[in-house]
Design a protein around this ligand. Structure first.
Ligand SMILES: [Zn+2]
Length: 297
């Protein structure tokens, strides 16, 4: 049994993940709490440690895996930048901070951390749409576009820990991205950018409400930009990595028919040999993917 922790800006979920011989892993029990309002390191670590101690009581836990909503160093120990958390989270030794909080609850377990989108990819490989695959790419489509890449069965993290930022592929234009670059895919393809373009025309900002209106010419024009951004992104990673599957997850992926729409939009960008191999799937684990992945860091 392993403990998986999904640390988000709004909620923290801690799960007991059972590893079953010859079968897919199973989340046996999970608890969700609101992230402490000030998001201070001590409060957050204490909350995680309490839940981990409660869920591991009476069980033989092997370790704790934690998803981190931000960039990590190459050694998966220190955070680089946690944009939705206070400054004290930057350059923080998370395994050490959580180990100390757990020791205070009488719990001594190894702690591993990984970026949240990378955990999502690990979760799809352990229990979702990528079971049995060794080469695949996951995009989490929500406020921003997260990405996780597995090549030859290995999660790609890069020389500086910064690999697989598929939401920041340069696709078109000079629109500024939240990361400091310009022309990145998430400025076009993510829900936030779509909301801004929709609201400027008096259309609904919520992605799924807008998606439901795609018969309307103005809504269609906004959504075509979103789909084009995602299509260019998917085509780029397919031609770069030749994956067995591309899996989309996150809130936007729940819009009915979006996978087929992205696939259709991606076709013209793909060279001929790639077109027959484009295998675009929607995550079946959705919000649980990162939790499963946390247990498999
Ligand atoms: Zn960017």
């Amino acid at each position: 049994m392993r403990i998986g922790v999904d640390l988000g800006g709004h909620t923290i979920t801690v799960a007991r993940v059972l590893l079953q011989e010859g079968q897919r892993p199973l989340i046996d029990e999970a608890a969700e709490i609101r992230t402490p309002p000030e998001r201070g390191v001590a409060d957050v670590m204490d909350a995680i440690a309490s839940l981990a101690a409660a869920l591991s009581a009476g069980h033989e836990a092997e370790g704790v895996g934690l998803t981190v909503p931000g960039a990590l160093d190459a050694y998966r120990r220190y955070t680089k930048r946690m944009s939705n958390f206070p400054k004290e989270w930057d350059c923080l030794d998370i395994p050490n901070a959580l180990s100390r909080a757990m020791a205070g609850k009488g719990l001594s377990l190894p702690v591993k951390i990984e970026n949240d989108a990378n955990c999502y990819a690990l979760g799809e490989g352990a229990a979702g749409e990528a079971v049995g695959l060794s080469d695949y790419v996951v995009f989490t489509m929500g406020t921003g576009i997260g990405c996780g890449i597995v090549v030859g069965g290995r999660l790609i993290t890069g020389a500086h820990g910064l690999a697989a930022e598929g939401g920041h592929i340069v696709v078109s234009g000079n629109a500024p991205c939240g990361c400091g670059g310009i022309g990145h895919s998430e400025t076009l393809a993510a829900a936030d950018g779509t909301r801004k373009r929709a609201e400027a025309l008096g259309l609904p900002g919520d992605f799924r409400d807008l998606w439901a209106m795609r018969g309307d010419p103005a809504a269609k024009r906004v959504l075509d930009v979103t789909l084009d951004g995602m299509a260019r992104t998917v085509a780029t990673v397919c031609q770069l990595l030749d994956p067995e599957a591309v899996i989309i997850g996150g809130g936007m992926s729940r819009a009915e028919g979006i996978a087929d729409a992205i696939k259709e939009a991606a076709m013209p960008y793909l060279g001929l040999p790639y077109r027959e191999f484009l295998n675009l799937r929607v995550s079946s684990l959705d919000s649980k993917a990162a939790l499963y992945g946390a247990a498999f860091i």
